[in-house]
Design a protein around this ligand. Sequence first.
Ligand code: HMH
Length: 221
Amino acid sequence: VEKSGMIDTWMRKHRLIYTGATKHPFILSIRDGTVDLEAFKTWLGQDYIFVRAFAPFVASVLIKAWKESDDSSDMEVILSGMASLNDEIAWFKSETAKWGVQLSEVVPQKANQDYCRFLESLMSPDVEYTVAITAFWAIEAVYQASFALCLEDGSKTPAELRETCQRWGNDGFGQYCNSLQKIANRRLGKTPDDVLTKAEVTLLRVLEHEVEFWNMSHGAA
Ligand code: HMH
């Protein structure tokens, strides 16, 4: 069995759920300029909480890479992601202040709690590096694809939301996602079938959590 382009194979196989995560009605509303700014503010506050849980997850992937990886350059890619998170947390603080979102008053909604709990389960030392790096790639790739859509020619993204879309939709972030995808593909290409199955199931869980996460803002007051 040819396993080297596993991510592409899975993207084709799970196209529907991937599209559900990357072309969610909330993202499409940003893109066509009809976005409800209250929904945007909800997303902003919730995502700050998510990113605070995401940083320790990325740290756990770094530990797994250090222990298990067959290629020392993996660590540099993961470390660069961690460094961006430092900047990202600072950005969330200034962006929420700009929109009048009080971070101390943001209560994590159920979908967010569920997603953070899922991340925590992936931090266990029992979870293979291959499984964790696949999840990591998927989490970043969904945001990259979603926000890049809002920057395409012909999109009517409101001016005050362009910076947000740039944060994840820019080319540098796209290249970083490609680096993560290459690592995931390399690992998946030489992993036993049971771990391969675990990675595929984990990828699907990530995509489901991403859809639920977008749904939060969409269904907001
Ligand atoms: C929910 N998924 C969610 N938030 C994020 N900030 C990312 C992915 C990408 O970092």
